[in-house]
Design a protein around this ligand. Sequence first.
Ligand code: AMP
Ligand code: FES
Ligand code: ZN
Length: 311
Amino acid sequence: MRCRKCPQRAVLGMPRHNTAFCGPCLTEFVRTQVQKAIKAQSMFAPEDRILVAVSGGKDSLTLWEILLKLGYRADALYVDLGIPGYSDRSHEKVERFARDVAEACGSKLMIHTVEEDAGAGIKELANLIKRPTCSACGTIKRYQFNRVAWENKYDVMATGHNLDDEAARLLGNVLQWQEEYLQKQSPTLPASVEGFAKKVKPLYRMTEREIAAYAVVNRIDYLVEECPMAKGAKMLVYKDALNRLEAESPGTKHRFYWGFLEKQKKVGESSVSMTDTDQTMLLPCETCGQPTTAGTCSFCRMMARAKTSTR
Ligand code: AMP
Ligand code: FES
Ligand code: ZN
């Protein structure tokens, strides 16, 4: 198979675009797609300060690399969840990338360690408060992303969610008619409150396969294994179903998610945005001062419950 742009051998076929690329042409294609995503969804401007949430996996490390290569001012935050083995390995990948690639671009890595903060890793913490590990993990990550972005005055917070993630989430939301979640599912979410960073997903145009190929071609050393805590089993089922549809009819994921974004844009133009209404409902948490809808935010309530359970 030959590259469609030059005479080199192709490293990746892309049936959804009816094309194939060699390494350098794939790199150019992916970076152009990310730049298009940033523009099409008004994510950020060259002068904005971006905080990338990095997990050590292919998506977030690739995102950090691309933003730096495109010349953006992007620092990163890693949350060490204290999952034996897995967290040590992902922590190492993130630190290595920061040292070998990011620092040369004047970018820095920040690390939040759950064990240092809470006295226990995520599994133990979730057991103490009797909540599924992934839900406690979600609360902690969301809180730390917001806190670090707020304290360091970042304009934008970026995550490595890709087209497979977004299409699978959309399928789940549609199957259950989660209208509230549908309204909030967007590659760009404005700051929910003054001072909070806006949230963006610059890889939403790229599939998991395309990102993995980019990472290999560009020698990004990422952690291949997934988190051992059952990652929302349902999401994996939705991803699998979409992959089967994609194999039968290339471009299915793309059309499904693009179609949704088009419809969302039309609805958005004719109605008040969700975040406008959200802003008026948020107040500072009584314990930590972060904006919340309850008197005490869910993170502080979780920590308080964990403390009472250890007494
Ligand atoms: P996931 O829900 O694991 O697919 O992760 C989605 C995105 O959240 C990743 O692409 C990262 O941007 C971010 N993320 C996940 N885990 C972490 C972590 N431990 N520390 C920082 N960011 C993370
Ligand atoms: Fe949160 Fe695994 S428990 S990523
Ligand atoms: Zn709080």
